[in-house]
Write a protein that binds this ligand. Sequence first.
Ligand code: AMP
Length: 423
Amino acid sequence: MKEIRAIRGTQDILPGEVERWQRVEASARDVFARYGFREIRTPIFEDSEVFVKGTGDTTDVVEKEMYRFEDLGGNDITLRPEGTPPVVRAYLQHRLGQGRSIERYFYSGPMFRYERPQKGRYRQFHQIGVEVLGAESPRVDAEVITMAMQWLAELGVSSLALKLNTLGDEETRVAYRAALVAAQAARLDELCSDCRRRHLTNPLRVLDCKKPGCQAVIAAMPMIQDSLTPAASRHFERVRETLLDWNVEAEIDARMVRGLDYYRQTVFEITSSALGAQDSLLGGGRYDGLVERMGGEDVPGVGFASGVERILLAMPDEVAPAVADVFVIAFDERSVDTTHRLVHDLRRAGVRALTHAYGGRSKRAQTKAARRSEASWQLVVGPDEIAADRYTLKHMADGREEVVSGSELPAIAAQLVRVTATS
Ligand code: AMP
């Protein structure tokens, strides 16, 4: 039979690796909580409208990357390619912003895009992201950016760089779009076929094209900065000043537009030179107007999404923690029952205890397994120990021993383990 394998672009996260994932998630929870963010969990699939309207039907994501299908009831379903539209959908459905409060959410989970898989780019990948709804202040842009930098720094991600740009407000975009269309129209024959299409549907997206032929044309196109309204300029200035004030270094990248249509005003990206071609760890920006487009009132928003796989690639390697604190070995077949009873008592007392005294495994085989488990403590249970009701807990690193009775064992082991864990 043909070997059954995981689908191209998806990955198993195995024990040993999953601990690093948990660390990234725990750190996000910890850092985001300091900034007042609470978790929100939305379904993994939605009505396709959520993304067609939310992400935008002229984006690459919606045009060619969605896992979109009709379910058995004839519904048009999409596996979420990103987190922001579902959060906005939930915000509207449950009327979360009533009273005009500032809402702060974070989410964590798998996203799906039919992209060409390569290192750092997958078809099922994982994002941790945040959204702030109901605040238009540029300080909130700076707050979200600062939080992202803080989190990645705490995770030990190396060589971080923050890139910042503004796309201006709605008025800016209308003016800039007109300027771009005129400039592109003059050199249409030099653009690739994708860009010629984008020129008609979404001329701003041409700026995102990586093809060398298009790059030359793009370099000569007008800059959004020349179309900024005074209000949009002021907003961006405030974001920059606030970041400066908080000692967060940012590099202005005047050509950065980001792939999603809903961005207005501030956009940003955090990269790490520890990564290869796919060096973007996290991206985000302000999306004033999105809530309204999805059927709500005019509620401003700002957020970011990070790619967990890429953060892990840029994080230092760590030794996976031991799977047990105490490993209990049965000396012979007669000692197996007591061995399992002691293991059971240890677990009930909160100690991570493990044994391999199954199916007649020899003491030697069990000792090997104990070494592999890297448990800090070992306990050998034999007829002599059982008869005397005296058991020796041996610390594997320094050889120190603690002799205890069967009834003392759980409490003493629990205490020793706590001390070992904190020392
Ligand atoms: P986006 O939602 O496109 O703004 O992307 C935000 C972040 O998600 C990026 O900076 C990446 O870290 C991550 N990301 C996006 N697409 C993928 C993918 N196909 N595979 C892995 N990570 C991705």
